[in-house]
Design a protein around this ligand. Structure first.
Ligand SMILES: CC(C)(COP(=O)(O)OP(=O)(O)OC[C@H]1O[C@@H](n2cnc3c(N)ncnc32)[C@H](O)[C@@H]1OP(=O)(O)O)[C@@H](O)C(=O)NCCC(=O)NCCS
Length: 181
């Protein structure tokens, strides 16, 4: 995806059109590691129920870990007038070469409902397809109906595969999938 797209039709955004004025989706590079760390820790603090990891775990990551994450070329930030208002990342699960899994999806509360989330997923779709992936997957924690609704609107469907949520094994999470080609 290009850095700027409309949430509705994939066409280049016109900066004068609300709600997208000033919104850009940008790939993260190694030098962005402090920004990545900050937004990821913000996300884990704001929505601990939504993620498989925890703030307690990731607050302890060293600079090298953040640099590696940032430099992997698989993370995007949403910026609105200079502020970071969203994050998404993806990776290849071992043994699932045709797939890429969306992780770390987060939109700052003030930017929710604005189309940012769809733009972040579109960025991952394009990047994963460019790597040759055929399917995009993700896990949604039970009770996270807002995320579930977003992903279903974007074409993801439940695979029926379930597992304990790593950050809270008393709860479950379900795998969703979207065919890319
Ligand atoms: C999940 C998240 C990324 C979605 O971004 P968003 O900007 O809120 O998404 P949108 O508003 O575009 O779409 C959310 C949908 O859920 C609906 N919704 C809002 N609140 C809801 C609720 N409490 N229950 C069910 N659906 C809800 C919205 O109406 C919208 O559906 P619609 O377009 O059919 O009307 C964002 O809410 C977030 O960061 N949440 C915390 C972290 C998280 O859950 N990450 C995902 C991990 S899988």
């Amino acid at each position: 995806m290009t850095a700027e797209q409309s949430p509705t039709d994939g066409a280049p955004a016109r900066p004068a059109d609300p709600p997208d004025a000033g919104l850009t989706i940008v790939p993260v590079t190694t030098r962005d590691w402090p920004t990545l760390r900050d937004v990821r820790l913000r996300a884990l603090a704001e929505a601990p129920h939504a993620f498989g990891s925890t703030l307690e775990r990731e607050v302890g990551y060293d600079e090298r870990t953040w640099r590696e994450r940032a430099g992997a070329g698989r993370t995007f930030l949403a910026r609105l007038d200079g502020d970071v208002v969203g994050l998404v990342s993806f990776y290849a699960e071992e043994g699932r070469e045709d797939e890429r899994q969306v992780v770390s999806m987060w939109v700052a509360p003030r930017a929710r409902g604005s189309g940012v989330a769809a733009l972040l997923v579109a960025a991952v779709r394009e990047a994963a397809a460019n790597e040759g992936a055929r399917v995009l997957t993700l896990f949604v924690a039970d009770g996270n109906d807002r995320a579930r609704r977003l992903y279903e609107r974007l074409g993801f469907r439940s695979t029926g595969e379930r597992q304990p949520l790593p950050s809270d094994p008393a709860r479950g999470e379900e795998r969703y999938a979207l065919r890319l080609r």
